[in-house]
Design a protein around this ligand. Structure first.
Ligand SMILES: Cc1cc2nc3c(=O)[nH]c(=O)nc-3n(C[C@H](O)[C@H](O)[C@H](O)COP(=O)(O)OP(=O)(O)OC[C@H]3O[C@@H](n4cnc5c(N)ncnc54)[C@H](O)[C@@H]3O)c2cc1C
Length: 410
C-alpha cells in the first residue's frame, strides 16, 4: 500500500517517526480515526476484541460539528440514508394506557439535520470507507511497553509488534487506558444509574415508535427502527445499593420487580438475549489523554455516558481533531497530543455537562414528577409559544454539539 511517511525532523534534529499506529477498538472513534489517519498518510492497524464486525447495537445520535466531520469524509449522505426513521415517543402508564406523546426528534434532542442511526450501521459505514486498513478481529492488547521511539505491543492471540503510536479507542472500560494510565476506578465517574439494553422480539415493539414506561426511579423503553426485524429494549434505573455484583443480569429483575405494562415480558426477553449490555452509566474524567506515545480517543478518554446523547459525536470529532493534530505535529507525538487536548477539552466539558441534566428527565424520582412531566407534554401541543418552548429545550444540546472550532480539512 502506498502511503506518505510521517517521518520528520524535530527541533532537536532527532529523526522521529510516527507512521505505524495501532488503534485498539474498532467502534465509532477507532474506525473514524483509522479513516483520518490514513487520509493523513499514516498506516493504521485496528485491533478489535469482537470476533467479527458487530451489526445493530442501539441507536445513537450524530449532531452538530460531528456532522461536519462526516461531511468532510463524504459520508454524511450514506449515514443519513441509514437514519432510524423514528417518528414518535409514546409514554405509557402501568396498564399500557397512553399518557402523552412526543415527536421522536424532539424526544431525542435532535435539531434540523441531526441524524439518528444504529451504532452498527455507523461503524460499518466508517470501517468500509477506511478501505484496506488491517483489522485484527477477536484480539486485544495485553501489554504495552513504550520508550522514546515506539511502543512494543503484545496481543492476546499471541505475537508482538512494535508501533510508532498506540491509540486506545476501546471504549468506557478501555484496556489501553488501564495499561497506560492505571486502574479503571481512577478515571470512571458513575452517574448513579444503571443502563441495560438488548435485542427483544419484534412483537414487543412498534415500528418507528419509542414506547416508554416511566416509573419512580426506573424507566423502561422499547423501540423498533424502520424495517428492523427485531426490537431493542432499554432499562434505566437507579444504581442498586448493596448488591454484590450490580452488573449481574439478575439485578435487572430485582430493579423492575412488580413493574406493570409489558415489563415482565421485556425482562424475560432480556434474560434470554445473547447481547444484553448492562453497566453503570459512567463518565471518564482524566487529567491527560496521553502519556508518551500512547493516547486515547472517544469513550476511552472522555466518555460522556449514554445520557449525554453525545458520545458518538465526541468520538467522531475527537478522531478528526486527533488525526489532524498528529499530522501537524512534525513527528513529535507530545506536540500532537497537546494540540488535540487544547482543542477538544472545552468541547468535551460542554458535552459531559449535558448528561446529568438529561438524566434528571430520563428517570424521574416520584409519581408526582411523572404526572407533571406527562401533563406538560400533553399540554405542549396546545400552548401558545410552543415553538419557542421546544427550541429552549433543544438549545443547550445544539450549543454543546457545536462548541468547537474544527481545524480545516486535510
Ligand atoms: C446502551 C448505550 C446507549 C447509547 N446511546 C447513545 C446515544 O443515544 N447517543 C450517543 O451519541 N451515544 C450513545 N451511546 C454512547 C456511544 O455508543 C459511545 O459514546 C460511542 O459509541 C463512542 O464510541 P467509541 O468508539 O469511543 O466507543 P465504543 O463504541 O464503546 O467502541 C469501543 C470498541 O472497542 C472494542 N473494545 C473494547 N475493549 C477492547 C479491547 N480490549 N481490545 C480491542 N477492542 C476492544 C469494543 O468491542 C468496541 O468495538 C450509548 C452507549 C450505550 C452503551
Amino acid at each position: 500500500m502506498e502511503h506518505l511517511s510521517c517521518t520528520n525532523v524535530s527541533h532537536t534534529r532527532t529523526v522521529v517517526t510516527m507512521t505505524d499506529v495501532l488503534i485498539s477498538g474498532g467502534g465509532v472513534a477507532g474506525s473514524a480515526l483509522a479513516w483520518w489517519l490514513r487520509r493523513h498518510g499514516f498506516r493504521p492497524t485496528v485491533v478489535e476484541r469482537a470476533p467479527a464486525p458487530r451489526d445493530g447495537g442501539y441507536k445513537v445520535d450524530v449532531r452538530g460539528s460531528a456532522l461536519t466531520v462526516l461531511d468532510r469524509m463524504g459520508l454524511a449522505g450514506p449515514v443519513r440514508a441509514h437514519d432510524t426513521g423514528m417518528r414518535l415517543a409514546r409514554f405509557l402508564d402501568p396498564r399500557g394506557r397512553q399518557l402523552a406523546t412526543m415527536d421522536a426528534a424532539l424526544f431525542g434532542g435532535r435539531s434540523d439535520g441531526d441524524v439518528e442511526i444504529m451504532r452498527g450501521d455507523l461503524t460499518r459505514i466508517l470501517r468500509t470507507a477506511a478501505g484496506d486498513v488491517e483489522h485484527r478481529f477477536d484480539d486485544s492488547v495485553t501489554t504495552l511497553r513504550a520508550d522514546a521511539d515506539g511502543v512494543d505491543v503484545t496481543f492476546a492471540r499471541g505475537g508482538h509488534h512494535r508501533f510508532d503510536l498506540v491509540i486506545g479507542a476501546d471504549g468506557l472500560h478501555s484496556t489501553v487506558r488501564r495499561l497506560a494510565f492505571g486502574p479503571a476506578a481512577a478515571h470512571l465517574r458513575p452517574l448513579g444509574h444503571h443502563i441495560a439494553i438488548c435485542t427483544v422480539p419484534a412483537a414487543l415493539g412498534e415500528e418507528r415508535i419509542e414506547l416508554l414506561h416511566p416509573a419512580p426511579g426506573r424507566t423502561v423503553g422499547v423501540y423498533r427502527t424502520a424495517g428492523a426485524p427485531d426490537a431493542r429494549a432499554l432499562f434505566l434505573f437507579r444504581s442498586p445499593a448493596g448488591e454484590p455484583d450490580p452488573d449481574d443480569a439478575a439485578v435487572l429483575g430485582r430493579a423492575f420487580a412488580g413493574a406493570g405494562w409489558r415489563v415482565p415480558e421485556l425482562l424475560a426477553a432480556a434474560v434470554d438475549a445473547s447481547d444484553l449490555y448492562l453497566d453503570a452509566m459512567s463518565q471518564v474524567r482524566m487529567a491527560s489523554w496521553s502519556t508518551g506515545r500512547v493516547g486515547l480517543v472517544g469513550d476511552a478518554a472522555y466518555a460522556a455516558s449514554p445520557a449525554s446523547g453525545q458520545g458518538t459525536s465526541l468520538g467522531l470529532v475527537g478522531a478528526y481533531v486527533l488525526a489532524d493534530a498528529l499530522a501537524g505535529a512534525g513527528g513529535r507525538p507530545a506536540a500532537g497530543f497537546a494540540a488535540y487536548e487544547r482543542r477538544m477539552r472545552p468541547f468535551v466539558a460542554a458535552n459531559q455537562a449535558l448528561a446529568e441534566r438529561n438524566l434528571k428527565g430520563m428517570v424521574l424520582g416520584s409519581a408526582g414528577q411523572i404526572r407533571f412531566q406527562t401533563t406538560m407534554l400533553r399540554l405542549l401541543t396546545h400552548l401558545p409559544g410552543r415553538e419557542r418552548m421546544i427550541s429552549r429545550v433543544a438549545e443547550p444540546i445544539r450549543r454543546a454539539s457545536t462548541a468547537i472550532a474544527l481545524p480545516d480539512a486535510a
